[in-house]
Design a protein around this ligand. Sequence first.
Ligand SMILES: [Zn+2]
Length: 435
Amino acid sequence: MTEVTTDDSHVFSLIDNKRDDLVELTQDLIRIPTLNPPGDCYLEICEYLEKRLSKSGFETELIRAKDSPGDSDKYPRWNIVARKEGQKSGECVHFNSHTDVVEVGKGWTKDPFGAEIEGDLIYGRGTCDMKGGLAASIIAAEAFIEAYPDFAGSIEISGTADEETGGYGGVAYLAEKGYFSPSRVQHVIIPEPLNKDRICLGHRGVWWAEIETKGRIAHGAMPFLGDCAVRHMGAVLNKIEDELMPALYDRKTSMPVVPEGARHSTLNINSLHGGQAEPEEGFTGFLSSCVPDSARLVIDRRYLIEEEEEDVREEIIDLLERVKRERETFEYDIKELWKVTPTMADKNAPVVQAVHQAIGSVLKCEPSYVVSPGTYDQKHIDRIGKLKDCIAYGPGILDLAHQPDEYISIKDMLDSAKVMAQTVKTLLYPDHLNE
Ligand SMILES: [Zn+2]
């Protein structure tokens, strides 16, 4: 752990002096209701950030993810990338935040877009996930530039669309266009709300599929003349329950996933449908008497870094083939719906080391490493951008994300802004190591 030098305390007091600015910035961001779906106000928030960051000396670029899923003239997917060059050549540290927020939902006692302050807390949809993190990273970058104008390399800040719906109109699009290629960016921090003293190294993998079992329609009074697709699906569910579930539970990862339950492989039965669709108004008891000829099951399999996607798929197909051997007329189809490879930064990676050291010197505690049970935009940076030196680190309590009365602590934002500024200093102003 390094001692805090006089220099460090200078940038820290700059950040403390920016408290009101940080609060106002967070409030302004909350008051732009970037709800996704449908993907509202993206241009508005990008223009706000453009104004703010160009004032601080950043070159800004607004990029529309034209024709990405969800992009339309009514709801265009706008993103912003801002870059500030240092005075010498060097590496680039990039802060990436998503600008979208999830629906408001029920149970609020505060105005979800009012950004009300109570004591140390700011309330509103997106305070924690993740406009508080975005604001903290902006303050951190501005304070760093002010304190060390002669830094080497460059700092980038991006505000991207659609993370809550997969990130295809945001980080995935930018990665496809080369914005996260290792020749341009070397270190990425995503200020998602993982708690200010934790470093999130990555996330588990995802494999979604739809399984359809097939039957033959017949009169419900003579089911023996047909073949019931729902009974076939029942056999599939039995195998999942009796054989697959225990096998998944037996697998445990060395990834530090939180909560602990997610250190095992998991499978969620997302939905199940067989037979005739119920009428919109609800079940009335008057469906026609038929044997269902199709049943569909959607599964959401989350897998570990120790598993291969190929094996995850094969395991399901094997199970279906076993059912087939036991049931004469069993026929099925399987369709992959969505997949994400697990990703985990190395603990010795430069950005991990730098944040680790910064948490130690700012918060005087030993940081913990975590891995997220679900995915976030790191997947695109890793898989499309081929950039491995990427983590999530930011203020906010993860459990509050997507909840009613979501809030962020101003103190936590200030603390994590200091950690971020110190991290940038380690990566872009290495001379201090010799002081
Ligand atoms: Zn988020």
